[in-house]
Design a protein around this ligand. Structure first.
Ligand code: OOB
Length: 537
């Protein structure tokens, strides 16, 4: 039994809680903000009315091709306007996008398809030198549930025409039904999908926008891949649309694309992970042509922000730092622009909704006093009460009374703010992307020369954690980073999961109970450290 079920009715009096589907929200915005620019990418810019027309036309086209209300649809598109159109087109139908990242490959796709049985796959023709069509066709061949593959590229043909021509008649969509399935970082094999409803997701965006003090003049830059919860909804695209601001989509996460977009579009707010801040700062030192003076707020989150980097941002960036602790499962905690700078520098603020319930507990689930670290648990209006079709996982990831176990160490500061202290559960946070060691270990063991593998996250100045794989080879064969990368790419693993460091080991260091001692492995990895700063993949 999937224990606790959240009662949505208890939240109906909350300010910002609206029983409206995302498709209908866009209808409303199109009327309210009509000719204002809604979103721009490196190729075009469109108004709120145009966005709604495109979403209606595309939605109608998808329906004619067989996508129905309740269907799951794989969406694997980079930061470009078609992503936004597809998101709302599916919302209008009541079909549910599964938010794949452009970096995902066959291995990740197969796990998700087997779980969610999508009826269609919407994919970019090409992005960053990778052609997706062949991969999509292979998935369709392997999984007959995929009836249609829609390719966003030069050959869009009928889809493109439908965008501007078709009118749509859409089914009624329950705002408490699932609007999107987000991917949970850190799976151990069986992927975890996070079902967010239309109402809770919009509430999430609104509460975030309120904390960020967004208004119609706000220009939000989506620098991270928009399939991530952070740029999509915290406040991200949805929060900016709701207030009538403008969204700018950066084509890649490169510091040049980010800084150029800020300069040219006079961006007022953006969201970065700490690793991206570091590379942007380096870029700013070398190149004086960028102008980031338009920025009012820099949201930084997704991974531990070191105190020293927080201080540096506060000192060097011409805007307010907003520390963001967030999860795709729900809970968001931000500092406020009105907080004292000493607070902003040292904590991750307070939950964004007055209805958020947050507890910090010890190993017996007893709450710990202020100033003591424990595990962060949360329940509330926009935090899920279970993963999609995952009874087993739900039993361990949630308490009996419905609190989500984040697996993060946190404490309350004397002033009532949250301060994060790293992970309790084993998970690598590499430049904001979450990776479970067990997943990589399983992939490595598929290699014929690898007998056993142990993967650890090693503290890294730029990435937060870098991935180090320790390998026990079959006949003492030597395998280097390149060979391991090549193998993992061949079996279709996303590039951000590739180990940054590979060490051959002959004998495992063991704990007193005979398990591989990963703490010792981390130390060994640090001692053997070379220069792994060849960029964020
Ligand atoms: C965001 O969401 P996810 O689902 O990719 O990852 C959530 C995990 C947290 O459980 C925590 O381990 C880590 O990311 N995290 C942080 C953090 N913010 C997130 N760890 C330390 N300090 C922080 N400030 O990462 C996410 C979702 C929405 C907004 C922002 C980030």
């Amino acid at each position: 039994m999937a224990g606790y079920k959240k009662n949505m009715a208890q939240y109906e009096n909350l300010e910002g809680w609206e029983k409206l589907s995302l498709g209908m929200q866009l209808d409303k915005w199109a009327i309210r903000y009509g000719n204002r620019i809604a979103v721009t990418d490196s190729e075009e810019e469109i108004t709120y009315s145009e966005l709604n027309q495109k979403a209606i036309g595309t939605g109608q086209y998808f329906m004619e091709k067989g996508i129905q209300k309740g269907d799951k649809v794989l969406v694997q598109l980079p930061n470009r306007i078609s992503f936004v159109v597809v998101l709302f087109a599916l919302a209008k139908i009541g079909a549910v996008p599964i938010m794949m990242l452009p970096a995902h490959r066959e291995t990740e796709l197969e796990g998700i398809i087997a779980l969610a049985k999508p009826s269609a796959y919407i994919v970019a023709e090409r992005y960053l030198g990778f052609y997706y069509v062949e991969m999509a066709m292979a998935m369709q061949k392997k999984f007959p549930c995929i009836q249609n593959v829609f390719v966003d590229g030069t050959q869009r043909g009928a889809w493109y025409e439908a965008e501007t021509e078709r009118q749509g008649v859409f089914p009624e969509v329950d705002s408490y039904s699932t609007a999107v399935l987000l991917l949970s970082g850190g799976t151990t094999g069986v992927p975890k999908l996070i079902p967010r409803t239309h109402t809770d997701y919009m509430y999430n965006a609104r509460m975030s926008a309120k904390r960020c003090q967004l208004d119609e003049s706000s220009v939000y830059l989506a620098a991270l891949p928009v399939a991530h919860n952070f740029p999509l909804c915290c406040p991200g695209l949805l929060g900016t649309f709701d207030i009538g601001g403008k969204v700018v989509l950066a084509p890649t996460t490169s510091p040049d694309d980010i800084l150029t977009a800020i300069t040219e579009e006079k961006v007022t707010i953006t969201a970065l992970v700490p690793a991206m801040v570091t590379v942007c700062m380096e870029m700013l030192e070398y190149d004086e042509d960028y102008d980031i003076s338009s920025l009012k707020i820099l949201q930084v989150g997704g991974a531990m922000l070191e105190d020293s980097l927080a201080d540096k941002i506060i000192e060097e960036w011409p805007c307010t730092l907003m520390q963001v602790f967030g999860t795709a499962e729900g809970l968001l905690s931000f500092t406020s622009p009105d907080d004292d700078v000493t607070v902003i520098a040292r904590c991750q603020g307070t939950p964004v909704s007055p209805a958020d319930e947050v507890k910090i507990v010890d190993e017996n689930d007893e709450e710990v006093p202020t100033g003591v670290f424990g595990e962060l648990l949360s329940r509330g209006p926009y935090t899920i009460d279970g993963y999609y079709m995952a009874e087993e996982t739900n039993r361990t990831s949630f308490t009996e009374d419905g609190f989500y176990r984040t697996g993060d160490k946190a404490m309350w500061t004397g002033k009532g703010h949250l301060r994060m202290g790293g992970r309790i559960k084993e998970q690598i946070n590499r430049a904001g992307e979450k990776i479970m060691p067990a997943e990589i270990e399983a992939y490595l063991c598929k290699h014929s020369d690898i007998k056993e593998a142990a993967v650890v996250g090693v503290p890294d100045e730029t990435l937060g954690n870098r991935i180090c794989a320790f390998i026990l080879t079959e006949k003492g064969n030597a395998l280097d980073v390149q060979a391991v990368h090549q193998f993992l790419k061949e079996i279709g693993v996303a590039s951000y999961k590739l180990p940054d460091q590979v060490e051959i080991i002959e004998k495992w260091p063991l704990t007193s109970v005979g398990k591989v001692d990963k703490k010792v492995l981390v130390q060994m990895a640090q001692e053997k450290r070379g220069d792994y700063r060849d960029g964020i993949q």
